[in-house]
Design a protein around this ligand. Structure first.
Ligand code: F6P
Length: 547
């Protein structure tokens, strides 16, 4: 479907950017002492600062025009109304229902799903409380000291990220572990540290067919059966899935099975029973605070005007950089060590959602879609890849995330951490001209020839855009807000690009081909006919190396 209004809005932005190029972001601050006030939005104690973007009030107005041209508000309302926004799978995407703590209904096919959501939430909470209290225990009567989530992608990344982020809120007596990779090293390195009598496994899989998860679950089952006997298995396993039939086949007791629904996408599922291991670790009350943070953002996204709407601004500014400035990579840098897995979590959320080349109708997209997302915590990243961010030939817009205060009261390092964070965003924006570089070297007493040789290496272009999320502390509610902000940002961009962010057909082909290659990897005499030269060559070389 051609969208002339969207094309016109992008053209207007391109013309505007040509003018903006003449202005430096740092000069926009000099011109307007109120710039920070105008270019940040606060959501309770969370501040979204986008003032370091090369953007003016005209830019924001043009971005809002773009949102209107793409009918963002109509799509947002359809999302919340349970419309089948996942058109290729014929499903709604109603993860917001999972964090709805109000009495308001969420409707799928004319039916309010909230009673089922609440019942499952309560079942999870009850189970988690019993595990934490030792009322649910292992086959030998010992309390569980370890809980191992076996899942991958959306059935792993969210809970694993959150368990680390919220570790100060966790029950020290039950340690959460996350096993995802089909590489047996992942499971065996985890199991090596664990006592089977004290370990509870949670098999988390929306489809309960995922190769990696099924292989790891089968091996974990053997680990329990070998140590404690086959009869003990039921006491050491729970499962989370939409496919209750398949869970039953695996032999997990019905009272240990927690369901969810096909209107919850895998990468949007950490709010559901997929969070079970997280709930056991941090407790149901903290998990409810996490849900509340998500709900805060849903209310904000639904009600705030577009020019003060954080997910809308995140998505619009991102699309501006992607489509008008042409940047294909963006970075997420938490100055918060416990958010170390947040970039990995966002990679799935963003890249699996918006890594698409066709529109909802199946036509080629009109312009570039989702960027590559990468990141590592600061300050570590400063000593690794920040060189390129400051002086490389490509520009990557950056999201910085930082708390106003540390979670641990005894953390004396926080001022250093915070100063580093805002120094980086300032340096990226401010840059350093050749004249400034020369003056600095002259001030050090360097001679003219040496200055001429060295100064070009000390130039920073500046105007490398970043946004900063500043929150009081990394608590469950803050984490819920951050996750939901990014979920809705991804949705906003999908609307601008007219793509379906809720399917993931791009993961299928590799899975299919793997199914064909597994027998050839298992049987060293199986003929390699019909394969391309590289695939056959690598299989043959592996066989030789294995002797
Ligand atoms: O391979 C991609 C994917 O389908 C993700 O979308 C999903 O989160 C992950 O695999 C795991 O799927 P499941 O929860 O069904 O095991």
């Amino acid at each position: 479907m051609s969208r002339p209004a969207v094309d016109a809005a992008f053209s207007a932005l391109a013309a505007h950017a040509a003018e903006l190029r003449k202005t430096r972001a740092i000069d926009l601050f000099a011109a307007d002492p109120q710039r920070f006030e105008k270019f940040h939005v606060a959501l309770d104690d969370l501040v979204f600062d986008f003032s370091k973007h090369r953007a003016t009030t005209d830019t924001i107005a043009l971005l809002v025009d773009l949102a209107r041209a793409a009918e963002l508000e109509k799509w947002r309302d359809a999302l919340f109304a349970g419309a089948r926004v996942n058109n290729t799978e014929g499903r709604p995407a109603l993860h917001m229902a999972l964090r709805n703590l109000t009495d308001a209904p969420f409707v799928v096919d004319g039916k309010d799903v909230m009673p089922e959501v609440r019942a499952t939430r309560e079942k999870v909470a009850k189970f988690a409380r019993a595990v934490r209290a030792g009322a649910i225990h292992g086959a030998t009567g010992e309390h569980f000291t370890d809980i191992v989530n076996i899942g991958i992608g959306g059935s792993d990344l969210g809970p694993a990220m959150a368990a680390r982020a919220l570790s100060p809120y966790a029950n020290a007596e039950i340690a959460p572990h996350f096993v995802s990779n089909v590489d047996g090293a992942d499971l065996s390195d985890t199991l090596r540290k664990l006592d089977p009598a004290r370990t509870l496994f949670v098999v988390s899989s929306k489809t309960f067919t995922t190769q990696e998860t099924m292989a790891n679950a089968a091996s974990a089952r053997r680990f329990v059966a070998d140590a404690l006997g086959e009869a003990a298995v039921g006491d050491h396993f729970a499962a989370v899935s939409t496919r209750l039939d398949k869970v039953a086949e695996f032999g997990i007791r019905p009272d240990r099975v927690f369901g969810f629904w096909d209107w919850v996408g895998g990468r949007y599922s950490m709010w559901s029973a997929i969070g079970l291991s997280l709930v056991v670790a941090i407790g149901p009350d903290h998990f409810e605070e996490f849900l509340r943070g998500g709900q805060d953002v849903d209310e904000h996204f639904r009600s705030a005007p577009l020019d003060r709407n954080i997910p809308a601004l995140m998505g619009l500014l991102g699309a501006f950089r992607r489509n008008v400035w042409g940047e294909s990579v963006c970075a997420v840098i938490p100055y918060d060590q416990r958010l170390a897995r947040f970039p990995a979590y966002l990679q799935q959320l963003d890249m699996e959602s918006n890594g698409k080349s066709v529109t909802r109708a199946g036509a080629p997209v009109a312009r570039a879609t989702g960027p590559f997302v990468f990141g590592e915590p600061g300050t570590n990243g400063q000593h690794a890849f920040f060189q390129l961010l400051h002086q490389g030939t490509d520009v990557a817009p950056i999201d910085f995330l930082v708390a106003a205060e540390p979670t641990a009261a005894d953390d004396a390092h926080h001022a250093l951490l915070f100063a580093n964070c805002i120094a980086q965003s300032e340096a990226l924006m401010r840059g350093r001209t050749l004249a400034q570089a020369k003056a600095a070297l002259a001030a050090q007493g360097m001679d003219a020839n040496a200055i001429a040789a060295l100064a070009p290496h000390k130039v920073f272009s500046g105007d490398r855009p970043s946004s900063t999320f500043l929150y009081r502390r990394l608590d469950p509610r803050t984490l819920g807000r951050l996750v939901a902000l990014y979920e809705h940002k991804v949705f906003v961009q999908s609307v601008l690009w007219d793509i379906n962010p809720f399917d993931q057909w791009g993961v299928e082909l590799g899975k299919e081909l793997c199914g064909r290659l597994v027998p050839l990897a298992c049987d060293s005499r199986a003929p390699l006919d019909g394969l391309d030269g590289s695939t056959a060559g690598l299989l043959a070389a592996r066989r030789r190396l294995q002797g």
